[in-house]
Ligand binder design. Structure first.
Ligand SMILES: [Zn+2]
Length: 318
């Protein structure tokens, strides 16, 4: 279009009907929108590793489009699907804002701040947060090596957001009646870390030998050295699995090497970080633990972890 034509085009804009104006607006938006990295990645995944989300067949073909995105059809079960099917992005609106939102989560922003930053409402912000946190909550290392430290920490039980409270409502900021061990008031979380910044955490129903053993089973390399405060559960675990066990109290350090300071420092960073949310519902605790884990990984790997998680979505669902 030459400049004369362009001026004519601009001069004729006032003649557009309301519908024509809206069509033009959305056309402009689509034409100049940045390619959505998440969609591109999910599409690439499907091209490289075809798999039907309904029946897992690899016989899939392109089948037109839906909402300007390619659609696929499975030749085995004949069902059609889009690339977000089976991922946390399925049926989420405003895809152009996802990466911005993940970026806000990397900065540990509150629900309100994320909503404001991305110009979405609070309900959407809440839904997105927990969808995206699910990705983080299942992303956990599988094996701890070398010197491993394990200890429990406790989170206060909260029914925040629940319409039916199983107990009398509590004023925010009040002290729990008992510290530790009371299942009604505290949720125990077992954290185990090695010195290569690998971290695993597990929400426990109860701090029992059996439960601690079940959680750690298979995650400790056979030649690791486990440092703990000497709870019976750890003694039994180490005896059974022939793992070298160092028992330490408080800030004690043996041979300048063995201590439980790393895991306790992790606990206190986690607690400090969690405080900004002014109490989160216990049913979402795993999501928040995953969020913090992702942030800690980010510190060491110097990468935008939530973006990576988002881009790995497809493989996560398998
Ligand atoms: Zn299928």
């Amino acid at each position: 279009m030459n400049s004369h034509q362009f001026i004519n085009f601009l001069n004729s804009l006032h003649k557009l009907t309301k519908d024509q104006y809206k069509t033009l607006q959305s056309q402009l938006k689509d034409t100049f929108a940045q390619p959505n990295l998440i969609f591109l990645n999910l599409q690439k995944e499907l091209n490289d590793h075809p798999e039907c989300p309904h029946c897992q067949s690899d016989k899939i073909i392109h089948f037109g489009s839906a909402n300007n995105r390619p659609r696929y059809r499975c030749k085995s079960c004949l069902k059609t699907f889009v690339c977000t099917r089976g991922t946390e992005f399925f049926r989420l609106h405003k895809p152009e804002k996802w990466l911005g939102y993940l970026q806000s989560m990397c900065q540990s922003q509150t629900l309100e701040a994320c909503a404001k930053e991305c110009e979405i409402n609070l309900t959407t912000s809440f839904n997105w947060r927990h969808r995206f946190l699910k990705m983080a909550s299942i992303d956990q290392t599988n094996q701890l090596d070398g010197i491993v430290e394990a200890d429990e920490t406790y989170f206060r039980v909260s029914e925040k957001g629940s319409l039916k409270l199983a107990r009398a409502p509590r004023k925010r900021g009040t002290k729990a009646k008992t510290a530790g061990l009371n299942k009604q008031e505290w949720t125990p979380v077992l954290v185990a870390v090695d010195r290569s910044h690998h971290e695993m955490d597990f929400i426990l129903n109860k701090v029992t030998s059996q439960e601690i053993q079940n959680k750690l089973q298979g995650h400790l390399s056979p030649d690791c050295v486990l440092c703990t405060d000497g709870q019976n559960a750890y003694n039994q675990l180490c005896d059974e699995q022939h793992i070298l066990h160092k028992v330490l109290s408080g800030h004690q350090v043996i041979d300048k090497t063995f201590h439980i300071n790393t895991v306790n420092a992790y606990h206190s960073r986690l607690k400090n970080w969690h405080r900004r949310f002014h109490g989160t519902a216990t049913k979402y605790l795993a999501n928040y633990l995953g969020w913090f884990r992702a942030l800690e990984t980010q510190k060491h790997e110097k990468a935008n972890v939530f973006k990576l998680l988002a881009l790995q979505q497809h493989s996560f669902q398998k």
